[in-house]
Design a protein around this ligand. Structure first.
Ligand SMILES: C[S@@+](CC[C@H](N)C(=O)[O-])C[C@H]1O[C@@H](n2cnc3c(N)ncnc32)[C@H](O)[C@@H]1O
Length: 269
């Protein structure tokens, strides 16, 4: 068994997360199985994860690199002409689904801090001829997006990876237009995870040890200014997500972490 890499600072977390997703993107070949945060083989099938039927129309180079834990696009009820921002867009699956819904008068921006993921997403956009989608390099704690310019924010299994979730929610609030909405799938916890686990960079990068309790997540959203915050467990919360049974020295199967849908709104005034 390999010795877990310890975390000393937030930068250690970001480096471990970036390294994991750079490696996944670089090693990716279309047709290979993928899933929640990069767990191979056993991850929930894409059709089980996504409620929107048109996910089946996307090419394998996009669906094979889907690393989410839910379907924030179905949750978002997007409309033509909207501007949408995806936090941690990865290979771009939710951006491409959103792009179809907002249409030619709408615009979708994906932000990701891993250049190798952006390369994959941009190549897919070019091949799909998706002209209303762009991918920007950046951290979700420091969004490269102007104030009050976005109608809906999406995110799929990313915010748990951030070492500074209050900063993510402050930035999300800043870039949303008044009345704008947040529609997120993420990994949350029933109770605080053990410090020893939270200090493991690999478990953090696998979407496990960065999960925080529901009450803390809600409090951070409300502190940023969001209202109407709702958290709903996903249906497959009865059993641990497959990669969580594998990780963390076998401890993963008993961890109180689960996939959830989160919605919130920036007040209109
Ligand atoms: C689990 S994958 C999810 C990708 C995509 N949302 C999906 O559903 O397929 C996490 C992605 O978030 C990106 N990411 C993680 N932390 C980030 C941060 N602090 N800022 C920007 N991107 C981040 C990673 O580079 C990776 O592409």
């Amino acid at each position: 068994m390999t010795t877990p890499t310890p975390i000393r600072e937030n930068d250690d977390i970001r480096a471990a997360v970036r390294a994991r997703y750079a490696q996944i993107a670089a090693a990716f070949t279309p047709g290979a199985a993928s899933g929640c945060c990069g767990a191979p083989d056993e991850a929930p099938a894409i059709a089980a994860l996504y409620e929107v039927p048109d996910v089946a129309t996307l090419p394998a180079e996009v669906t094979g690199l889907a690393l989410g834990c839910g379907d924030p696009v179905a949750l978002a009820r997007l409309e033509p002409g909207q501007t949408v921002l995806d936090l941690g867009s990865g290979g771009g699956i939710d951006c491409f689904l959103a792009a179809k819904r907002v249409g030619p008068k709408g615009h979708v921006i994906g932000v990701d801090m891993t250049p190798q993921m952006l390369d994959k997403a941009r190549a897919a956009a070019a091949r799909l001829g998706a002209t209303n989608v762009e991918f920007r390099l950046g951290e979700i704690e420091h969004l490269p997006v102007p104030d009050a310019s976005v109608d809906v924010i999406l995110s799929n299994c990313v915010i748990n990876l951030s070492p500074d979730k209050p900063a993510v929610f402050r930035e999300a609030f800043r870039v949303l237009k008044p009345g704008g909405r947040l529609s997120v799938s993420d990994i949350l916890a029933d109770r605080p995870l053990p410090d020893a686990l939270r200090a493991q960079a690999d478990a953090w990068a696998s979407c496990v040890s960065g999960a925080i309790p529901v009450a803390d997540y809600v409090a951070a959203l409300e502190a940023a200014g969001f209202v109407d915050v709702r958290v709903e467990r996903k249906s497959f919360d009865e059993t641990p997500l497959p990669d969580m049974t594998e990780c963390c020295g076998g401890e993963g199967a008993t961890l109180p972490v689960f996939s959830a849908r989160i919605t919130a709104r920036k007040p209109a005034w």
